[in-house]
Ligand binder design. Structure first.
Ligand code: ASP
Length: 336
């Protein structure tokens, strides 16, 4: 009898110690993107500095939340709100226009701890589509709301509404004119996304976009299609994509990365490389990339374009940022 109870106490102590070790690990990781594509020649040192500044400011919002023990879901939403409010990116303010000159915005968020997801598509008048996506996830029995219904729901939940012209910038107006004059083809670029792992081991992903410049009225891209441009599952990874959305939908990119990890045991980077270079690249289109984190805090920043605006940070104190392929700047190295 005595032996049996000591054994049970021993088991109990082992379990408690393991749980404590898990929470004491305090490993967190965050990665963000501000879109793939575009031409490097459009950048100059001043533009690069401007993009980097805003990427790092956005990152800092998530870093603060995660380092203070906040949840990855909060971190990814708040970071994307910042990027939506920044006119440099193709999401919220600064979003591209469709061929009729109207902004139609898509966004999605996913909680890897329970596989809950929320998304909106074709929103024309809600200032922060990612907040609408979060509310679809938290306050409805649905995953995806579109157009007028999504807008009415968001307003009923108290989200800020704006006139469609709020999203416009001179740069996007000029871009649409070039497309109309056939001097440029409809293209992706500037979409924003964030993926994060918190100290509780929870993975989350959020993505927001104005879609492809010059897209047809009513076109919906990969971003709000769960599994295409956005996906999170605690047992594999959190993924946010950017690129030529039609291909991302057809290849179910984000879920495919997760599935390769789950079913074939590939690492995060192997799975991401496999999907972007062996599945997306051969299909053509204008390409793009993904950012992803796994449950151990590994990061993948994989793209087949000349640029993907990106930044990352982790609990070891590393902070990095980059725009062009092969050119990443370590802003802070944890070991220093
Ligand atoms: N993937 C987005 C879309 O097709 C565009 C982008 O990433 O820039 O809607």
């Amino acid at each position: 009898m005595f032996k049996q109870s000591s054994f049970l106490i021993l088991i109990f102590l082992v379990v408690i110690t393991q749980l404590q070790a898990q929470t004491n690990q305090k490993v967190w990781t965050i990665a963000i993107h501000g879109g793939a594509g575009g031409t490097p020649s459009s950048l100059n040192p001043q533009k690069i500095a401007e993009y980097e500044k805003h990427l790092l400011e956005a990152l800092e919002i998530g870093t603060k939340i995660l380092s203070q023990g906040g949840r990855s879901l909060e971190a990814v939403e708040k970071v994307v709100v910042y990027l939506e409010n920044c006119p440099l990116f193709n999401a919220g303010k600064g979003a591209v226009k469709n061929i009729d000159g109207v902004h139609e915005l898509d966004a999605a968020i996913m909680d890897g701890s329970n596989l809950k997801a929320g998304a909106v598509a074709g929103l024309r008048d809600i200032k922060n589509p990612i907040m609408a996506a979060r509310m679809v996830m938290d306050s409805t029995a649905h995953v995806l709301l579109i157009g007028e219904g999504a807008s009415a729901f968001s307003k009923s939940m108290g989200l800020e509404s704006v006139d469609n012209s709020y999203f416009s910038t001179k740069q996007r107006e000029e871009q649409l004119n070039r497309i109309k004059e056939s001097k440029e083809s409809p293209n992706p670029g500037g979409t924003v996304g964030c993926v994060a792992l918190d100290i509780y081991g929870n993975l989350s992903a959020a993505t927001s976009t104005g879609g492809m410049s010059g897209k047809k009225w009513g076109r919906v891209g990969d971003v709000p299609v769960i599994g295409a441009g956005t996906y999170a599952n605690n047992s594999t990874a959190a993924i946010s994509g950017t690129g030529h959305g039609e291909y991302w939908i057809r290849r179910v990119v984000a879920y495919d990365i997760s599935a390769l990890m789950e079913y074939r045991g590939l690492s995060l980077v192997e799975a991401s490389n496999e999907v972007i270079f062996n599945k997306i690249s051969p299909m053509g289109g204008s390409g793009g990339g993904i950012i992803a984190v796994d449950g151990k805090g590994n990061i993948a920043l994989v793209f087949n374009t000349a640029m993907m605006h990106r930044a990352w940070a982790n609990s070891s104190g590393e902070v990095g940022v980059g725009l062009l392929k092969g050119e990443e700047r370590i802003v802070k190295n944890g070991s220093l």
